[in-house]
Design a protein around this ligand. Structure first.
Ligand SMILES: Nc1nc2c(ncn2[C@@H]2O[C@H](COP(=O)(O)OP(=O)(O)OP(=O)(O)O)[C@@H](O)[C@H]2O)c(=O)[nH]1
Ligand SMILES: [Mg+2]
Length: 266
């Protein structure tokens, strides 16, 4: 679904990083490992730019798990967890920006995969709606520079797109690279996503839909029926069910989490 090539997108991210004094890397609390971008972190280290990791969507997972992630990630970078949507922990974010800013006024860029909440964070920092947000991954297209406070300039960026090596459709969805309504075949990606969600949270589907099955295709069928997604003749619209399920992940309505150390990332 990318509108620009990976190398072009990466070049643009690099340009933004170069003109920043401090960088916020936003990740999704539900899957910190897969929404973290080590390539980006390595580049920042090389450029000598300070980085704060912002675990966003903290409203979706338990506090004790958030605290474990903070402790774990802080071995490498200062880390805060926030819910930009519910405005929780956001004051801590401002304190951290001031603490790690090499100078004031400071230029802070907000980077990360699509849909992690970068634009929502910018809006919070500004105190009003200046950056468009959307549950459609890849919403922000160009960079946007916003004077959030007298001492704070923030740069909103389009999400970084995953490298071509990432082929697993479940991981592509989690990294915000897939807009399900544009997929020719959303069923296989939905099946892969179901398997990943189930592996971490066996209750996710019962909690969300009130139905469950060990067989992902059967689960899609049950979800479709539950949602009234039927074709003429009463058969379930499996494609529609697959899109709905992927959208629910994107909207934060399907939830899983895991503790640090459970999976690794090269
Ligand atoms: N539950 C929850 N949802 C959030 C939070 N912050 C943002 N969202 C939602 O996540 C979706 C994406 O938010 P955006 O701010 O548009 O994300 P983005 O990173 O700018 O996305 P792109 O512009 O596509 O790269 C929206 O539906 C937001 O409402 C949060 O703290 N909690
Ligand atoms: Mg955005």
């Amino acid at each position: 679904m990318s509108r620009v090539s990976w190398s072009e997108a990466w070049r643009r991210v690099r340009n933004v990083l170069e003109m920043s004094d401090l960088v916020l890397e936003v990740i999704d609390s539900r899957d910190p490992i897969e929404t973290r971008n080590k390539k980006l972190e390595k580049l920042l280290d090389r450029l000598g730019k300070p980085l704060i990791i912002v675990i966003n969507k903290a409203d979706l997972i338990p506090m004790d798990i958030l605290k474990e992630w903070k402790k774990y990630l802080e071995r490498e970078y200062p880390t805060v967890f926030i819910s930009a949507k519910n405005r929780l922990g956001t004051r801590k974010l401002i304190v951290s920006i001031k603490q790690y800013a090499p100078r004031l006024p400071v230029r802070v860029s907000v980077v990360g995969y699509p849909n992690v909440g970068k634009s929502t964070i910018i809006n919070y920092l500004k105190g009003r709606h200046v950056a468009e947000t959307s549950p459609v991954p890849g919403w922000t297209i160009g960079e946007q520079i916003v004077k959030a406070k007298q001492w704070l300039i923030v740069i909103d960026t389009p999400g970084v797109i995953p490298p071509e090596e990432v082929k697993d459709e479940a991981l592509l969805i989690i990294k915000g690279a897939i807009d399900p309504s544009k997929l020719e075949d959303p069923v296989l990606p939905a099946v892969k996503l179901i398997m990943r969600i189930k592996s971490f949270n066996p209750k996710a589907f019962m909690d969300r839909y009130g139905v469950d099955s060990e067989d992902p295709m059967e689960l899609l069928e049950l979800v479709g029926r539950r949602r009234g997604l039927l074709l003429k003749g009463g058969k379930v619209n499996i494609r529609g069910a697959a899109i709905a399920l992927i959208k629910d992940w994107i909207l934060g309505k399907l939830i899983y989490y895991y503790k640090p150390g459970v999976i690794s990332n090269a």
